[in-house]
Design a protein around this ligand. Structure first.
Ligand code: MCN
Length: 790
């Protein structure tokens, strides 16, 4: 690892392992999170949440709470009439039904944890004390827990006005799947269940609203990954124009998708601040986080593959049911996760014939939303299990069957059956690199020995492709009218020579403060330490969305490149006057502009001072601000890909799984910072380990969340995360500016499938295949017991 200081001497900082410049602040407790903010006259809000999973609110008694000490306001939906317009996540999908997002439940509740009453008080303690005095009379309406029953119409309706619990239904079809299946030499299939998860960021959600009555302006600080989208949505809900509505995401302690949607609490604190004329803050506790932050996955994927005698995949068909919980998440819709499952099922393979049917069904559970990988972890789990099942059936090695089916270099750009187009990406190169480094033949030998000793040792491969950094041609969620395909950067050299690059995205752990500074440094010829990245503030960049869908490097990086280029031109024009040289003879490097081949030079600071403050040094009609705003739209997305190799052993006494060396070979195009990409992959794999082995949100038959604490919701910690090696395959660069592809989600996409394949490989002698994740010790125990009784 190279220290920052020596980098000043480097010609290029893109590609260098620069240490994250935000870390000293964050690690030394000097970060500023929403909960650190305490403006004068601050009120605190606490929510009375539903303890019923589906019930009519027959009566509410708020009087006792209103009279409690320190209480300033107690409100239920009826008290908020006319204060905020309900928002509905819109979509152009034909069979889609939206559901309104309201700050508090109106008329009925649809999941345990849904906010019903809010108390604003002088302290959180007093607010919570008052909540105890709130009396809610619920009339149970019958739970909607089993997604298959809900989809089949064998459960009460959650949204009567819609008339069905199926919120989205879509069909995909290409080629002649029936004929291909009829002609196939082999078929493999299965029903794959990927259970529900919770994002589990270190910092729980939090928001703080301040109303400036004199200016008629609202400021919301929110621990959000999408401050731009929150600003636009609040503008609509509160009927306030953007210039009177500032949304700021300060330091944010992780999201993993959980902070990637608009929430009722953000609307509530905003409208209460306006009504009460006092700042008001809500900080979620872990119980609220595990019950009321958006959850993830929860998919049933029934899929079948048809192959010819040589193991080439002819066709794929799938029936997918996504349990999306009580509401269609704003702004992504209930289609976000399940529709992407069928979108990505064909994977990196040439599959001519494809047919899929997908439904998103509402149940009385917390809404599902974006989660690292969205749709792809479940899709890759199903497809990669099928590849291994096919390999076993045909007597092929798992590596060989993948090589036979990958989209080949000459096939790019390749449109898969769902319509997604892969641009050139290193599918084959990643698999080859991963197997070479893992010593794949030696691993197989090790397995033969382990099996001879009766041990359950397994090796699992998983290859995948994903679309990242997508532009305006493609929506993040199908048919969504919000444009998620652009980002803006404002780059400026101020009168002191300081360089600020403001971007609309909002880093919450990705290290974008460092990587974007690296990009700007190279484009401007500046020193890294002279650059400050400002992010997640709608006053700095008024048209923005946020950080999600592995787009930061591509979109914010691209916008920063465009804006920096303009500033560099302006800087060189000014320097041309000051140094009396032709612009073509000037070069900018390490924060100085030099006349090539001479010792004449000026620092950026001297140039800036001359431009802004020194009269007469630049002709008066030639002065221009050293600043530029540029928007970048990559139009299409670009394809990232990887192969994961997992090794593991299962303890025959306890069914505990111990992961051995773990390997990832990935292609994310040009790498801005390999250390950060490694970290992203490590963190992503850790999450995938959780998804594969530990993490599961469990609801009982009454819709009670049984995993509402970190004692019951098991997140892997350091001892459960395997040692990892990450290889970077930097092949042909994509057409994105800078040549970057996204990589923030990849670890989580590949790991569950690789681990499922390794578990199945370990248990192959018993005839067991893993079709349900997480594969907890209890599930393994039952599978193995059953197999041994056969
Ligand atoms: N990067 C790079 N070179 C590339 C690609 C990326 O150096 N060729 C760097 C980027 O500059 C950035 C990081 O890697 O610093 C991730 O970049 P990118 O893939 O563009 O992803 P985003 O910045 O858009 O981040 C979003 C992604 C998502 S969708 C989730 S979910 C996620 C993730 O990032 N949540 C995270 N990583 C996370 N990391 C942390 N610590 N916390 C989360 O909540």
């Amino acid at each position: 690892t190279e220290p920052v200081e020596t980098l000043a001497a480097r010609p290029k900082s893109v590609g260098a392992r620069v240490r994250r410049t935000e870390d000293p602040r964050l690690l030394a407790g000097q970060g500023r999170y929403v909960d650190d903010l305490a403006p004068p006259r601050l009120l605190h809000v606490a929510f009375r949440r539903s303890d019923m999973s589906h019930a009519r609110i027959r009566g509410l008694d708020l009087e006792a709470a209103r009279g409690a000490p320190g209480v300033v306001a107690v409100v239920a939906a009826a008290d908020l009439e006319g204060l905020a317009k309900p928002l509905v996540a819109a979509s152009r999908m034909a069979s889609y039904h939206g559901t309104p997002l309201r700050p508090l439940a109106e008329g009925k509740v649809r999941f345990v944890g849904e906010p019903v009453v809010a108390v604003a008080a002088e302290s959180r303690y007093l607010a919570e004390d008052a909540l105890e005095l709130v009396d809610i009379d619920f009339e149970p309406l019958g739970t909607v827990i089993d997604p298959e029953a809900a989809a089949a119409g064998d459960a009460p309706l959650l949204h009567e006005e819609i008339g069905t619990n199926v919120l989205v239904e879509r069909r995909f079809r290409r080629g002649e799947p029936e004929a291909a299946f009829a002609a196939a030499a082999h078929r493999v299939g299965g029903s794959f269940r990927f259970r529900r998860k919770s994002p589990g960021a270190i910092e729980n959600r939090a928001c703080l609203a301040e109303w400036d009555a004199g200016r008629g302006a609202l400021t919301l600080h929110s621990a959000s990954g999408i401050p731009g989208i929150v600003r636009d949505a609040l503008s609509e809900a509160l009927d306030l124009p953007g210039h009177r509505l500032r949304v700021v995401a300060p330091d944010v302690g992780g999201s993993f998708g959980g902070k990637g949607s608009l929430y009722p609490e953000e609307i509530l604190v905003s409208l209460l601040a306006r009504r009460l004329g006092r700042p008001i803050k809500w900080t979620s506790d872990r119980l609220e986080d595990l019950t009321a932050t958006s959850q993830a996955f929860d998919e049933i994927v029934e899929a079948e593959m048809a192959l010819d005698a040589e193991g080439r995949v002819l066709a794929l068909r799938a029936e997918v049911l996504g349990d999306t919980g009580a509401y269609s998440i704003y702004p992504w819709t209930a289609g976000l996760e399940p529709v992407q499952v069928v979108g990505f099922l064909p994977g990196p393979y040439r599959i001519e014939h494809y047919e899929a049917h997908v439904r998103a069904v509402a149940t009385s559970k917390a809404p599902t939303g974006p989660y690292r990988g969205v749709g792809r972890p479940a899709a890759v789990f199903a497809t990669e299990r099928l590849m291994d099942l096919a390999a076993r059936k045909l007597g092929l090695d798992p590596k060989e069957i993948r090589l036979r089916n990958f989209v080949r270099p000459e096939d790019f750009p390749y449109k898969i059956g769902s319509g997604i187009v892969w641009d050139r990406s290193g599918f084959t190169e990643c698999l080859e690199a991963a197997c070479a480094r893992a010593g794949y033949p030696a691993l197989r030998e090790k397995q033969r020995q382990a099996r001879a000793e009766g041990r359950w040792f397994g090796i699992g491969l998983a290859s995948y492709a994903e679309l990242t950094g997508i532009g305006s041609k493609i929506s993040v969620a199908p048919g969504m009218p919000i444009n998620t395909g652009t980002e803006t950067a404002v780059v400026r050299i101020d009168s002191t020579g300081g360089i600020t690059a403001a971007v609309g995205i909002a880093s919450h752990g990705q290290g974008l403060e460092t990587t974007l500074a690296q990009v700007v440094a190279d484009e401007l010829g500046a020193r890294l330490e002279d650059i400050r990245i400002v992010q997640g503030d709608s006053d700095a960049v008024p048209n923005a969305t946020g950080t999600y869908a592995s787009r930061g490097a591509v979109l914010a990086g691209g916008a920063a490149i465009l804006a920096s280029r303009v500033v560099r031109e302006k800087l060189l024009r000014a320097a041309g006057h000051l140094l009396e040289a032709a612009e073509a003879d000037l070069e900018a490097r390490d924060g100085r502009v030099t006349v090539a081949g001479t010792d004449r030079s000026m620092s950026f600071r001297e140039i800036a001072r001359a431009v802004y403050s020194e009269i007469g040094r630049i002709p008066h009609d030639k002065r221009e601000e050293l600043e530029a705003t540029r928007l970048y739209d990559p139009y299409y997305g670009t394809t990232s890909s990887a192969t994961h190799v997992a090794t593991l052993e299962i303890d025959p006494e306890t069914y505990r799984v111990t992961l051995g060396a773990y390997l990832v070979a990935e292609d994310c195009g040009r790498i801005i910072n390999p250390m950060i990409v490694d970290g992203q992959v490590h963190g992503g794999v850790a999450q995938g380990v959780g998804a594969a082995l530990y993490e599961e949100v469990v609801y009982d038959a009454d819709g009670q969340n049984l995993t509402a604490s970190l004692v019951d919701y098991l997140i892997p910690s350091a001892p459960e995360v395997p040692p990892m090696t990450v290889l970077h395959v930097e092949g042909e660069l994509p057409a994105t500016l800078g040549g970057f592809r996204g990589m923030g989600e990849g670890g989580t996409i590949g790991a569950p499938a690789a681990i499922a394949n390794a578990l199945s490989d370990a248990l192959a002698p018993l005839g067991i295949g893993i079709d349900e994740l997480p594969a907890t010790p209890e599930r393994l125990f039952r599978l193995i017991e059953r197999a041994q009784q056969r």
